[in-house]
Ligand binder design. Structure first.
Ligand code: NAP
Ligand code: ZN
Ligand code: ZN
Length: 346
């Protein structure tokens, strides 16, 4: 079927409306009528070719919330009318060690991204800035009734990207977590760490969003523009999660970790950063990365948000506002996730 979408046609032109083809629903597949699609900073890095060259036109969007419109004959997990989501990947090899051990986001055979990948049908995958998507039932998540769809969409990437490392590094009572950057990922991290029972601090470029940060659950809020922050917080954190989309001077942040503290990089800036070995070695600090989360963790974080009664803080926009929204995200002017109302694409 032909469906409406918003696509990038080059790294430099504004995104614009187009139509794309969606395949027929296969035996184990689900057709989803997309209601909302979040704008992740990764969408922007991708369409601008900041990570690697991409094939144009490209339809991005991997924070998808909608309703099941049709199911294939072999589908058992979802029914027509169900509220569902799709995150950053739509298939994996299902056989490798990581797929078998619930680490399918790190599939050794190569997970198939929701966009900027080639599907098992040999066609380029296309993401959520479109009215419909066809996905294997095993990569479709259930959205709890208690979360409005627009607030649920960003959980599919921003939410799970913070949930997975928070869980892995055992955020909870007695742990002090620092979150660098109060954007899409950061504001989910603050809420998740708070509801996990950890002490949470935000490290933001200024105090402009302090009230919001505290309302979302931060116990403390610091400006990294204030030099005393780095002196006052020396050896404070068990874990720091860096969500910043640009390069930072890592040394001053490493110094904020306790002995055996971990710095977890989830931000994915275009250019490499320098590694200040002498801020890492002396206190046996660790440096790690973390990529989104598994399908099981994505369901877990949706259920966790459902139980605790929160989702993303969103600005719902029409599809035609997407280029302005991109500029605002790049300028850290988003509170805290833009979500496209897909009805505006109909
Ligand atoms: P976002 O909404 O733009 O948030 C990034 C935040 O970083 C901004 O709100 C800002 O927070 C801070 N920031 C931006 N530029 C900065 C600079 N030059 N110096 C210091 N701080 C700066 O982006 P997002 O959607 O949360 O994504 C963040 C990054 O994570 C992107 O690189 C994205 O590609 C990546 N990502 C990674 C994964 C993964 O699996 N690892 C998943 C999704 C996204 P303040 O205003 O509070 O300072
Ligand atoms: Zn994302
Ligand atoms: Zn695999």
């Amino acid at each position: 079927m032909q469906v409406n979408a918003i696509a990038a046609f080059s790294a430099t032109e504004p995104l614009r409306r187009t139509t794309i083809e969606r395949r027929d629903v296969g035996e184990h597949e689900v057709l989803i009528a997309i209601k909302y699609a979040g704008i992740c900073h990764s969408d922007i890095h991708t369409v601008r070719g900041e990570w690697h060259p991409v094939r144009y036109p490209i339809v991005v969007g991997h924070e998808i919330a909608g309703v099941v419109e049709q199911v294939g004959p072999g589908v058992t997990k979802h029914q027509v009318g169900d509220r569902v989501g799709v995150g950053c990947f739509v298939d994996t090899c299902r056989e490798c060690e990581n797929c078998r051990n619930g680490l399918d986001q790190y599939c050794l055979g190569g997970m198939i991204g929701t966009y900027d990948a080639t599907g098992k049908d040999g066609e380029p995958t296309a993401g959520g800035y479109s009215t419909h998507i066809v996905v294997d039932e095993n990569y479709v998540l259930r959205i709890p009734e208690s979360i409005p769809l627009e607030k649920a969409a960003p959980i599919l990437c921003a939410g799970v990207t913070l949930y997975s490392p928070l869980k892995h590094w055992k955020a909870g009572p007695g742990k002090h977590i620092g979150i660098i950057g109060l954007g899409g990922l950061g504001h989910m991290g603050v809420q998740l760490a708070h509801h996990m029972g950890a002490e949470v601090s935000v490290l933001s470029q200024s105090l402009k969003k302090k009230e919001d940060g505290e309302r979302l659950g931060a116990d403390h809020y610091y400006s990294t523009g204030d030099e005393t922050t780095f002196k006052d917080l020396r050896r404070t954190f068990d874990v720091i999660i860096n969500t910043v989309s640009a390069n930072l001077d890592l040394a001053q942040y490493f110094e904020l970790l306790k002995t055996d503290g971990a710095f977890v990089e989830v931000g994915a800036p275009e250019h490499p950063m320098e590694l200040p070995a002498f801020s890492l070695i002396p206190q046996r600090r660790s440096l790690s990365g973390s990529m989104i989360g598994s399908i099981a963790e994505t369901q877990e974080v949706l259920d966790f948000c459902g139980e605790h009664g929160f989702g993303a803080e969103v600005e719902v926009i029409d599809a035609d506002y997407v280029n302005e929204a991109y500029e605002r995200v790049v300028n850290s002017d988003v509170r805290y996730r833009f979500v496209i109302d897909i009805a505006s694409l109909a």
